[in-house]
Design a protein around this ligand. Structure first.
Ligand code: SF4
Ligand code: SF4
Ligand code: SF4
Length: 293
């Protein structure tokens, strides 16, 4: 009897990564922003026992892999998980799963709702074809736990503090809270050195006299970063972007990458090859300073 032909590319497109062991696959499952409810975790645990080796691997990008799935079990494993609302992860030349920290839903330092943003981006872009791959990270504050600068498109929550001088009693709590040395209290009044301020909001949280307020909250956007063999820091494109600006830049960046990117080229390489000005022009900006100021 003729042997059934295996369509490896179709298997890979469902998130199954060939292992070094013959006919074994690591089943990568999609996790958006690192959160999974308990029911889905149970279903994955069951699948790991039934089709894998009884364990899962958590990847550096918040994905779950079930290693040691046999080739003949691939279809059954993914079908079973899909019934529970769990789908295969992204691999190859696609937009990868969006990673995010807990943001302001949980973390005391969080300035934006990372989970909500990550889900919105996921719904619009996950799995879309690109010249190489597009990694997106959403992080809640300048502590940058999700390393937005190492992603093709990085989003970081930021806030600009404003002093209400009339309320300031010169207690210096904000000065102590600022790790950047950006606040000085002189003659019982706080002053901010905007050149040193990283827009983290720690001073606002520290003030007990309502003398510091959030003048504007938004996102700092980085583009063209990557980790790996040839790491490259993303370019800081814009500070304190609102949601509309963020999605407009993301859409235009995505279009630019798909239109101009060569096969196998990362976004940062494309920006280097054609120049930052061309990229900025394509997203509707005349010069880099328009964005970084
Ligand atoms: S980046 Fe900020 S908000 Fe996110 S986990 Fe780290 S400290 Fe918390
Ligand atoms: S913590 Fe508030 S009241 Fe105290 S010095 Fe800073 S701004 Fe003024
Ligand atoms: S926002 Fe952060 S860096 Fe800026 S002054 Fe306040 S504590 Fe310092």
């Amino acid at each position: 009897m003729a042997e059934k032909k295996v369509d490896l590319s179709s298997i890979k497109s469902k998130g199954f990564l060939p292992q070094r062991q013959e006919n074994m696959f690591s089943m990568r499952l999609k996790v958006v922003s690192g959160n999974l409810d308990a029911e889905k975790l149970r279903a994955i645990a069951d699948a790991a026992e039934k089709y894998g080796s009884g364990y899962v691997h958590i990847t550096s990008r918040q994905q779950i892999e079930v290693p040691f799935v046999k080739l003949e079990d691939v279809e059954a494993a993914i079908n079973e998980l899909e019934k529970q609302g769990i789908s295969g992860g992204s691999a190859g030349k696609k937009v990868r799963a969006i990673v995010a920290c807990q943001g302001n839903r949980v973390c005391r330092h969080g300035l934006i709702d990372c989970q909500n943003l990550a889900h919105m981006i996921d719904e619009k872009y996950f799995g879309e074809a690109v010249p190489k791959k597009l990694k997106i990270a959403v992080t809640g504050c300048p502590s940058a736990c999700m390393r937005p600068q190492d992603n093709d498109f990085g989003i970081m929550g930021t806030v600009r503090p404003e002093i209400r001088e009339e309320n300031c009693v010169g207690c210096k709590l904000c000065e102590k809270a600022c790790k950047m040395g950006a606040i000085t209290v002189l003659e019982d009044k706080a002053h901010i050195d905007t050149g040193k301020c990283i827009l983290c909001g720690a001073c606002i949280a520290a003030c007990r006299k309502d003398a510091l307020k959030a003048e504007k909250t938004g996102c700092t956007i980085f583009v063209g970063g990557r980790a790996g063999r040839q790491p490259r820091q993303g370019i800081k494109l814009l500070e304190l972007a609102d949601e509309k600006q963020l999605f407009s830049i993301l859409e235009k960046t995505f279009e630019y990458y798909r239109k101009e990117g060569l096969d196998g080229e990362r976004l940062g390489e494309l920006i280097d090859r054609l120049g930052i000005e061309k990229y900025l022009d394509s997203i509707g900006c005349v010069s880099h300073t328009d964005y970084s100021s």
